[in-house]
Each structure stands twice: as structure tokens, then as C-alpha cells.
Write a protein that binds this ligand. Structure first.
Ligand SMILES: *Cc1c(COP(=O)(O)O)cnc(C)c1O
Length: 473
């Protein structure tokens, strides 16, 4: 298996999995994609059905990471997907609300959001590749909450990796701040920036813009466009499908709360690999760039001023970074087609595929979509609680709302639970008038000692901190 760029620059020299693992973007600004999707035959799919999660993960991931010796990959997968880290051997258990309506629980990892599924594996893969190549990296990132803490829990205590994570001081929920700042591992550096999340991102950009500094300190990232994250997420589509269905070949729909298009892209890939997913139900909040695209064909990323702060904040995105991989498939995996569309976006602020030769391919991909508002999230949390005695978080509620509107009762609809309600207590209190349940391991979290350094929103100060605490390479 080799990887190419959606914009073509790697095409002459496709790269193996380990070569693209640590890179965010291809040299031409495109994203890494497999040259072709691996496909499971019907017989192979039937053999996957009874597998435990770790075996399934190995079966799927070994198709993508075939440059890692099988016994090494086996070990990495077994060390990642444990009961100790994910709360059960099922790793992503499924529960049934009523016949043909299910919740897939992919949020039982250390930070109680689905990103742990991919990032816990990524932490182990990073350490493995860095050990092999005898390199060190300094991961620099900015977070408004979820991704940063998931990355820190994945990389804490790992060899050859330091993490410098910027967060806006005083602007996260107390639970989110405590989750990060209570980590005491020597390689984790929490930098509380006196400014907004956007200012944190500007600092990260400025540091990355200093090419000499970036090279000297091997500055890296753990971002949402990392291909290994998509590959790791493909596994739970297989797991969810096999838990919800009984017969080989039986169709199922998935409902996916979406922001950067990373989670649902994994569903698209799982289907391309032969899993009988029928429809992918995409849900957005008021930031409805993706809902607009699937209804109208128009893709129009928004600016910061048009991006709303909502009660499903992890879906507050203005442009969907993984969407380019889907478009690559839509244009027949032709990098010239992708480049033309992205050029048009640069000059016109977007593109419209309705009525073009590409539209039938979008339709054939069988995505359907809905958006929700804050009032609808609250109503859905109440409705699910009243009917099924289950509390769902606001992101999951966006997905369930779309599923309830669009579902076909004759087919299994699997709603992906992307976070646990305890992370978003204020919204749960508003909907249900009480506190969400808190897993035992998180009792007293906010009272634990915290380790955080406060810095002004200035790239020079952050660079000075990195110089002092990271090893130059
Ligand atoms: C990241 C996140 C999402 C959005 O997932 P994408 O892969 O960006 O589409 C949805 N819900 C929660 C809780 C998240 O943390």
C-alpha cells in the first residue's frame, strides 16, 4: 500500500504508511490518500464479523500500514485497545435504543470523546517510528478543548516526543481545563495563553512560519488531517456494523456528528472497502458548511466572523479539513481536478458542483444531511432521555436528531456517540435540570494539582519557552 497526494505531487513517488505518518500535509499542500482502497471480499467480511475489536483493528490496519512488520503492528494494536484504556474489551460497544436504532459508544477513552480511538493509536505509532529512526519531535498545537487533551493523553510519557499545547486562559470549561492541566508528565507542557483560541492559533502559525526554528526543533503537529487517524476510525465502522446487523450483506446507515469531516470520511472509506453501509447521515450544528454542500452542491468555507460559537463546540468549524479527500474520490481520483477546484476556491471563496459532471458522483456516494440549532439539541437530549432513559451529549444529539428525521425503520441506523455528556455539563443542566453522570475516574478532577505556564499571546515568548524545554535536533 502506497500513498499519494490529493494534489498529485507525490504521485511520481508514492510513499509508504510510515513516511506519511508524521506529516500533516503533502509538499504540494494536498492530503495523503491511499493509491487505492483495500477491499475485503464477501468471504473476508464474513470472517471479520465474529472478531474481537483488537483482531478487527489488526485486520483493517494491516491493510493500510503494510510497511510495519505484522508482529510489530499486532503489538501496537494490542497495547492500544485495552480494557484499561477504553473501559471494556468491546472498546466500542453498541447499545440499542429501540429496534433498528442504535448508539455506537466510541467515547469511552481517557478524554471521553471519540478522538481518543485514533489518537491513542497515533501516540504508540509515533513512538514506534521515532524509536526506529532515532528522531525526536516537538508537537506544537493549539486547542479550544477536545483535540488538545486527547493528544496530550495519547502522547504523555512517550519517548522522543514533547508536547507544547496552547490553550486560551480561562476560556475552557473547568472540566476541560482540569483534564489537561492535571497531567504531570514531564513531556507535556500546557501553555495557557492570555488571549483567545484564534490568538493561540496565530502563535502556532507564526512559530511554524519560522522555517529555521521549525527545523531546529523538529516542530510537528497532531492534526485532524493525519491519515492514520482516519484509518483508525475505519475500524469502529466495521465494529458497529457487525454489532448492529446479523446477516452478511445486510445494509445499515450511520449518523455522524460532523465538523472537520474526519469521522464520517472513515465511514466513506469503510464502505469503499466493502462494508455494506448504505447511507451516511451527516449532521452539523448551526455551522452548516457541510449540510449546505450535500443539499445544494455548493461548498463555501466561512470566515471566523461567520463561525458561530454553539453548544456543540467541537463542530464549530468554518472549513472541513478532511473534505478534500472526499472530493478527490468525487473527481475520479484525479489530482488535476482537485487542484482546479481548490484554485477556484482561492479566487471565488468556494465552488459549486451542482449541475457539473461531478454531481452524479456526489449523489452516488449516498450522503444525506441535516443541521440543528441549540433549541433542537436541547429538545433531542430531552426526548432521548424521556423515551429511552439515556443521556446523550450535545454533539451526539445533533446526530440523533438527523437520524430520527431521516431514518428508514426497515434498516439499522447506527448513531455515533462522539462524546460523553459530562464534558458538556451546562447544556445537560439546561436540557434535563440536573448534572450529567461522571465516570468514577474523574471524581475530584478539578481539585487535582495543575501544571500550567501562563504566557502572553506572543510567538517570541512561546519560542523562548520551547528553546528552554525542548532538545534541539
Ligand atoms: C471532533 C468532534 C466532532 C467532529 O468530528 P470531525 O471528525 O471533525 O467531523 C464531533 N463531536 C465531538 C465531540 C468531537 O470532539
Amino acid at each position: 500500500m502506497r500513498y499519494v497526494s490529493t494534489r498529485g505531487a507525490w504521485s511520481a513517488d508514492p510513499q509508504p504508511f510510515c513516511a506519511i505518518l508524521l506529516e500533516g500535509l503533502a509538499p504540494d499542500g494536498g492530503l495523503a490518500v491511499p493509491q487505492r482502497y483495500p477491499v475485503f471480499s464477501r468471504g473476508e467480511l464474513a470472517a471479520l464479523r465474529p472478531m474481537a475489536y483488537r483482531d478487527l483493528a489488526f485486520a483493517v490496519l494491516s491493510r493500510f500500514a503494510d510497511d510495519i512488520p505484522r508482529e510489530d503492528l499486532r503489538h501496537l494494536v494490542d497495547a492500544t485497545y485495552t480494557r484499561a484504556t477504553f473501559g471494556s474489551d468491546a472498546i466500542t460497544p453498541l447499545s440499542t435504543l429501540e429496534p433498528n436504532l442504535h448508539l455506537l459508544h466510541v467515547s469511552n477513552g481517557p478524554t471521553l470523546a471519540f478522538k481518543d480511538i485514533a489518537l491513542q493509536l497515533l501516540g504508540n505509532l509515533f513512538q514506534y517510528v521515532l524509536d526506529k529512526e532515532q528522531r525526536t519531535i516537538n508537537v506544537l498545537g493549539a486547542t479550544s478543548g477536545d483535540t488538545g487533551s486527547s493528544a496530550e493523553y495519547a502522547l504523555r510519557g512517550k519517548r522522543r516526543v514533547n508536547v507544547f499545547m496552547l490553550s486560551p486562559q480561562g476560556r475552557m470549561s473547568p472540566f476541560q481545563a482540569a483534564q489537561m492541566y492535571a497531567l504531570t508528565d514531564a513531556n507535556i507542557h500546557n501553555l495557557a495563553i492570555q488571549g483567545t483560541f484564534d490568538e493561540c492559533q496565530d502563535v502556532v502559525k507564526a512559530v511554524n512560519g519560522d522555517a529555521a526554528f521549525k527545523a531546529r526543533y523538529a516542530i510537528g503537529a497532531v492534526n485532524s488531517i493525519n491519515w492514520a487517524r482516519v484509518a483508525a476510525q475505519v475500524v469502529y465502522y466495521f465494529s458497529g456494523y457487525f454489532q448492529a446487523t446479523r446477516e452478511d450483506g445486510e445494509p445499515a446507515d450511520f449518523a455522524v456528528p460532523s465538523g472537520n469531516f474526519g469521522n464520517i470520511l472513515a465511514g466513506h472509506v469503510a464502505r469503499a472497502m466493502g462494508l455494506p453501509i448504505r447511507r451516511l447521515i451527516l449532521a452539523t450544528n448551526e455551522n452548516d458548511v457541510l449540510d449546505e454542500f450535500f443539499r445544494t452542491g455548493r461548498y463555501r468555507p466561512r470566515g471566523a466572523a461567520e463561525t458561530h460559537a454553539t453548544s456543540s463546540p467541537s463542530m464549530d468549524i468554518s472549513k472541513a479539513s478532511n473534505f478534500e479527500r472526499f472530493i478527490y474520490d468525487v473527481v475520479g481520483r484525479d489530482p488535476v481536478g482537485v487542484r482546479k477546484l481548490w484554485d477556484r476556491m482561492a479566487s471565488n471563496g468556494g465552488f459549486d458542483l451542482a449541475g457539473t459532471d461531478y454531481w452524479p458522483a456526489v449523489r452516488a456516494a449516498n450522503f444525506v444531511s441535516r443541521r440543528s440549532t441549540h433549541a433542537e439539541r436541547i429538545a433531542t437530549i430531552r426526548d432521548v432521555h424521556a423515551r429511552f432513559a439515556v443521556t446523550i451529549d450535545p454533539h451526539t444529539a445533533d446526530g440523533v436528531k438527523a437520524a430520527l428525521e431521516l431514518r428508514d425503520r426497515a434498516v439499522s441506523t447506527i448513531c455515533i456517540e462522539t462524546a460523553l455528556p459530562v464534558k458538556f455539563a451546562a447544556t445537560i443542566r439546561e436540557a434535563l435540570g440536573r448534572e450529567p453522570a461522571r465516570p468514577a475516574a474523574y471524581e475530584g478532577l478539578e481539585a487535582r494539582p495543575q501544571r500550567v505556564t501562563v504566557l502572553p499571546a506572543a510567538a517570541a515568548k512561546v519560542k523562548a519557552y520551547i528553546e528552554e524545554h525542548a532538545a534541539a535536533v
